[in-house]
Design a protein around this ligand. Structure first.
Ligand code: SF4
Length: 364
């Protein structure tokens, strides 16, 4: 079934047909991971979990950039804010707990921390000020090209008071860890639409071939998600493992070549730590030699004590799909959006926040 018109993305009749086909063809219990936090949010928002047969289980993955940022990285960002600098960040990061405090509390104590909507806004701050401006680069392949473009622009304009804390992460290496973990069972990946606009199909082809796991790049409208699930179940029932694109109106097989080129001009893959995963080889982005002058580490030796993880928080297990949020003993009791214990409840893309907001624990 092809979704052709924009109106169809929410057409109840098409939804009924997709659901009936899913029910008709799915025979075995399956665990499908939606890698992206926006999928998790929309699955909750449109009540999709409750519409699927019980044996089709959707589990959330590591696709919330703020959530996978480690406590140590948060501590380093907070420490940086103690220097005589302006720290520019996306708003999602402000309430993420570090070992002892968060950026929001530090701002209340007088640190110069500004919320911006893009890395170019941060560059704008640097152009207007003499004070050093540090942009906190948190995000996946979706965000990194814009940050790279900002750095190229800063170099072109010879801006000397702008630098970036690169905590960027790359999604395919984390998916590889998940699919090769012996204690996790993932029967298929609902692959992230936004990230895939940049990286295209190839990284998933490698995963599908090497690990025999079906991958479908899926859009974010409710019918996109249902169709992505149907495509995965079709593959599983036929014993196939391919990488496919459901989100054809946005994703090309080769991805966005220009964005990849810009990203590769500034950054090269390096090992990175992820919350819940630990060190994943080649899953972060470090500065290439020609752009080192924009690496915050060239100016500050940011030393922090060993990080203290939020007590009792199972965010790392949620990010790996080992548990679903209601299985965390603190969920909805101690930990709520108004009093988040871990980042998975803070972020607008966090799984715990999604389950809480859309009361998905009642049907989980
Ligand atoms: Fe952590 Fe709160 Fe989620 Fe539990 S519910 S895993 S404490 S963020």
């Amino acid at each position: 079934m092809k979704l052709r018109y924009i109106d169809e993305f929410r057409d109840p009749e098409v939804a009924r047909r997709l659901l009936s086909e899913i029910k008709k063809i799915s025979r075995r219990p399956v665990r499908l991971m939606e890698v992206c936090g926006t999928h998790t949010m929309n699955i909750g928002r449109y009540g999709l979990r409750g519409l699927l047969p019980h044996h089709v289980q959707l589990i959330s993955g590591p696709g919330c950039p703020v959530c996978v940022t480690t406590t140590k990285e948060i501590d380093m960002m907070i420490k940086l804010a103690e220097e005589d600098v302006t720290v520019a960040t996306f708003g999602d990061l402000m309430r993420v707990p570090g070992s002892h405090t968060n950026l929001n509390q530090q701002r209340a104590r007088g640190a110069d921390i500004r919320v911006v909507y893009s890395s170019f806004d941060a560059l704008g701050l640097a152009l207007k000020n003499l004070k050093p401006v540090v942009f906190l680069g948190v995000g996946f392949e979706t965000t990194a090209p814009t940050v790279a473009a900002t750095i190229i622009e800063a170099k072109k304009r010879r801006v000397r008071n702008f630098s970036v804390f690169s905590a960027h992460k790359l999604i395919p290496p984390a998916m590889e860890v998940l699919v090769s973990s012996p204690d996790l069972r993932i029967d298929g990946f609902i692959c992230p639409g936004h990230v895939s606009v940049i990286i295209g199909l190839r990284p998933y082809k490698v995963l599908a071939e090497r690990y025999k796991v079906p991958c479908v790049i899926t859009g974010f409208e409710p019918l996109d998600i249902l169709q992505g699930i149907l495509m995965l179940i079709k593959q599983i029932e036929k014993g196939k493992a391919k990488a496919e694109i459901q989100y054809t109106r946005a994703v090309k097989e080769e991805g966005n070549l220009k964005a990849k080129e810009v990203m590769e001009e500034v950054f090269s893959p390096c090992d990175a730590n992820w919350r819940g995963f630990g060190l994943i080889p080649k899953s972060g982005l470090c500065f290439r030699k020609d752009y080192k002058e924009f690496d915050v580490n060239s100016y500050f030796d940011i030393k922090v004590d060993e990080a203290k993880e939020p007590l009792g928080c199972r965010c790392g297990d949620v990010l790996k799909g080992k548990i679903i949020p209601p299985q965390c003993p603190l969920f909805a009791k101690v930990c709520r959006p108004a009093n988040p214990i871990g980042p998975c409840m803070v972020s607008s893309e966090g799984s715990c926040a999604a389950y809480y907001k859309y009361r998905d624990w009642e049907i989980a």
